[in-house]
Ligand binder design. Structure first.
Ligand SMILES: [Fe+2]
Length: 312
């Protein structure tokens, strides 16, 4: 993989936040300071993954859970956006989150097959391309770029708590534009809206909404990509109209009825999955396309989603 230009990343993310991310990315520092917004991170306790995997195998449930994890649903929904410019009514976003693309070797082909027939105007990834948090990132980048070759539109993305900042140059060379506390303007039908993205607000806590919205007029319609729903309150008060995120996997292993055992996020339950509303802001938390820690799902199918924006 090509050398990483840290100066360029610093100019985009901000000096203090890049330093924070790089320090926490270093394993021993992560153990001391990388607890993020919750005190318990199941994904960092490898022994626990093995125990859960073995318990599920002993109970004869593992392979059923693994099949569930690969049965990705293609959802489509209408997102009510009261202040949306009329030209964007009917605009479609393909939303893919939490692929953890190296966790399940079969997932890449499944996703390629599923996205092939879909129609959409722009694609957004809301982070967690990689399974491990401190391992090699070259293979997940290669697989994400292979997936991206089958996406027909421009693609924007943010990093999640599993991703390394060093993945940015390679992903961008392959055509996936990362938003590192940055925004772009989307043009459609003679009108424009803002698409902003913040760096991971959960584990690295390197999100900077002010920087992401720098120069965006107050009354412009604003979509925010954030890895987790945990900054929804801050985003609503900053004038975000639509908030797209993932991270929770909606629990991944849930009780019948979809009640999660663990969501690894610090925010009220209604923000953990699907469509929600906070103040004037519409939000959607993807259940994610992949799995982390243990490659199973129960009562919580994986998804990719085509959101259609509606004025009402
Ligand atoms: Fe994830």
């Amino acid at each position: 993989m090509a050398d990483v230009d840290y100066q360029h990343l610093e100019a985009r993310l901000g000096r203090a936040l890049l330093a924070q991310r790089l320090k926490i990315q270093t394993h021993h520092v992560a153990r001391l300071f990388g607890s993020g917004k919750v005190w318990f991170h199941i994904e960092h306790i490898r022994l626990l993954h093995r125990i859960i995997r073995n318990l599920l195998k002993a109970a004869g449930l593992y392979w059923r859970g693994h099949r569930n994890a690969l049965t990705v649903q293609v959802n489509s929904d209408d997102l009510p956006c009261p202040d949306l410019p009329e030209a964007f009514a009917g605009f479609r976003l393909l939303h893919i989150s939490d692929t953890h693309i190296d966790a399940n070797p079969e997932l890449l082909d499944i996703l390629i097959r599923l996205i092939e027939p879909l129609e959409y105007d722009v694609c957004v990834f809301t982070g967690d391309f990689r399974e491990g948090t401190f391992e090699d990132y070259e293979m997940p980048v290669r697989r994400m770029l292979e997936l991206h070759r089958h996406i027909k539109t421009k693609t924007y993305a943010i990093l999640g708590n599993h991703d390394a900042i060093e993945m940015v140059p390679a992903l961008e060379t392959g055509g996936i534009r990362l938003l590192l506390n940055e925004h772009v303007m989307l043009e459609h039908g003679g009108s424009s809206i803002c698409l902003a993205g913040v760096d991971d607000p959960h584990y690295y806590e390197t999100d900077n909404l002010d920087k992401a919205l720098e120069g965006v007029p107050e009354n412009d319609f604003k979509i925010l990509l954030a890895h987790s729903p945990e900054i929804c309150r801050k985003a609503a008060f900053a004038g975000i109209n639509l908030y797209l995120c993932g991270h929770t996997h909606a629990g991944q292993i849930c009780l019948p009825g979809g009640r999660p055992l663990l969501t690894n996020s610090k925010c009220p339950r209604e923000f953990h999955a699907g469509l929600w509303r906070f103040e004037e802001m519409t939000g959607y938390t993807s259940r994610g396309a992949g799995t982390s820690s243990v490659a199973v799902r129960f009562n919580c199918p994986p998804e990719i989603t085509v959101h259609t924006l509606r004025c009402k």
